[in-house]
Design a protein. Structure first.
Length: 215
C-alpha cells in the first residue's frame, strides 16, 4: 500500500511537467529531479520510461473515473451529476495537454489507445446522460456531441493565462461564466434557478488555486 501511495505521489509531481513539455524529450534524470528523489529510487518505482508513462495514464484514467462513475446513477439528481461532469472536464483540461496526447500517440501507442478508449466510453456515458435528461423533460433538446465538444476547446482556452489578459477577465470569473453558459444551454428555463450551486461555488475556487500553482 505504501508503494502505491508513493507511485501516485510521484506521478502527481511529474504531471505538470508532462503537461508543458510532453514526453518526447523527457529524460529519467529530469524525472527524478522533478520528483525530488534519486535516480536509484526512481527505478525502484518505475523500471522503464514506458512503465512511468503507464502510471501517468493510469492517473489520468483515475481522474476520469472519479467524475464519471455517477453519470448514469439515476439515484443522483441531474444538477449534481452535471456539476460532477463539469468537474471531470475541467480536471482533464488542467492535467491533459495536447502535446502530451500527441507524443503519446506517436511514441507510446498502447497507452494512447487506452486513453482513447476511456474518452470513447466517457462520450457514450455523457450522451446517454443527456438523452435521459431530454426524455425526462429536464434538459433542452440539444446535440450531445456538440455540447460535450465545447469543453475540449473552451476549458483549455480559458485556463490559458493569455485568455484572462486578452479578455480582461479573471480565471475565476471566466470559469463561472462558462459554467453558467453550459447550465443555460442544458437545463430548461424554469429549472435553471432551482439548482443548488453550493458545490460549484466551492469547486471553482479550488480549481483556480490548482491552476495557479501550475503557472
Amino acid at each position: 500500500m505504501k508503494k502505491e501511495e508513493n507511485v501516485k505521489r510521484y506521478v502527481q509531481l511529474i504531471i505538470p511537467v508532462i503537461k508543458k513539455t510532453g514526453i518526447s524529450q523527457l529524460k529519467m534524470d529530469n524525472v527524478a529531479m522533478h520528483m525530488e528523489i534519486s535516480k536509484a529510487t526512481l527505478y525502484k518505482y518505475f523500471s522503464t520510461k514506458d512503465e512511468l508513462i503507464g502510471a501517468i495514464v493510469d492517473e489520468y484514467i483515475r481522474y476520469f473515473n472519479a467524475g464519471d462513475q455517477i453519470v448514469l446513477d439515476n439515484d443522483i439528481n441531474y444538477p449534481s451529476r452535471f456539476i460532477k461532469i463539469f468537474e471531470a472536464s475541467l480536471t482533464a483540461a488542467i492535467f491533459i495537454s495536447d502535446i502530451f496526447i500527441s507524443d503519446l500517440k506517436k511514441l507510446h501507442p498502447k497507452w494512447y489507445d487506452r486513453i482513447l478508449e476511456i474518452y470513447q466510453n466517457r462520450a457514450k456515458k455523457l450522451e446517454a446522460f443527456i438523452h435521459s435528461g431530454i426524455r425526462d423533460g429536464v434538459f433542452n433538446d440539444i446535440d450531445p456531441t456538440l455540447f460535450m465538444m465545447q469543453d475540449e476547446v473552451m476549458l483549455r482556452r480559458i485556463i490559458d493565462p493569455a485568455f484572462s489578459v486578452q479578455y480582461d477577465m479573471t480565471l475565476k470569473q471566466a470559469l463561472f461564466n462558462y459554467y453558467n453558459l453550459k447550465k443555460h444551454q442544458l437545463f430548461k428555463g424554469h429549472l435553471q434557478n432551482t439548482i443548488d450551486e453550493t458545490e460549484i461555488n466551492e469547486l471553482i475556487p479550488h480549481y483556480v488555486q490548482k491552476i495557479s500553482q501550475q503557472i
